[in-house]
Design a protein around this ligand. Structure first.
Ligand code: ADE
Length: 225
């Protein structure tokens, strides 16, 4: 998978890709991530990427021209399956969207700033608009990092244990069950006996019940879907 990220703040975005699972995925060539600074596609001396709104109103709007130049250059080099715009009024990111995106070969992610981009960018180029939650961030960069993390860990081979993404919370619309490790007892707090039974069907049954109960208590909306 190849991910091209268009941003005015590439520096803000780089560090999540320089550690742990994302770093290993890049080193193993399972994914490549490329940053494009929108200011490199400007034509004036001030490297302007935004301007005031037509019709008046507070806040600047990102102009179409630098974005068009950047996206068109990328599209002249390869085909893209998806051009995603990070925006608080997009579809809310969930596991199912992350699963779908993880199957794509080439994607572009455009990070918004200020009030957002000129509507014509959305009409002409964008195939998917994603929000990471009902709150407004100062820009799309942190949202893009969240999206990339959720997607990249699903690419086959990225997680050491292939089954581990499949047992995450939200796969099957259930939260994950409680988990334990050594010591077996800590300050009087004991690990449930069933986990030492060696009876794997029994353990699996317990985990399913716990996952169901936790989902019912915390996220009943998931069970309705
Ligand atoms: N940009 C600003 N706020 C955002 C959000 N909640 N999700 C995605 N991109 C954003």
């Amino acid at each position: 998978m190849r991910i091209d990220i268009i941003t005015v703040l590439p520096e803000l975005l780089k560090s999540p890709f320089e550690a742990s699972i994302l770093k290993r995925a890049i080193e193993a060539n399972l994914v490549s991530v490329h940053f494009h600074n929108l200011r490199d596609y400007t034509t004036d001396n001030y490297k302007s990427i935004d301007d005031t709104q037509f019709g008046g109103g507070a806040g600047m709007v990102m102009m179409i021209e630098p974005i068009d130049k950047c996206i068109s250059k990328l599209q002249s080099e390869r085909d893209y399956n998806e051009i995603i715009y990070m925006t608080p009024d997009g579809e809310q990111l969930n596991q199912s969207i992350a699963n779908q995106i993880s199957l794509k070969e080439n994607i572009i992610i455009l990070c918004g700033h200020y009030k957002g981009v000129d509507q014509r960018v959305r009409d002409k180029f964008i195939t998917k608009e994603i929000s990471i939650g009902d709150y407004v961030l100062s820009g799309g960069e942190l949202g893009a990092a969240v999206l990339c993390d959720a997607v990249i860990r699903l690419i086959p081979g990225v997680l050491g244990n292939e089954t581990s993404a499949l047992t995450d919370s939200f796969q099957d619309n259930l939260l994950a069950p409680p988990i334990y490790t050594r010591p077996r007892e800590y300050k009087g707090m004991k690990v449930p006996e069933v986990l030492f039974s060696g009876n794997f069907p029994e353990i699996e049954k317990w985990r399913e019940e716990q996952a169901y109960q936790r989902t019912k208590d915390r996220r009943p909306d998931l069970l309705e879907e």
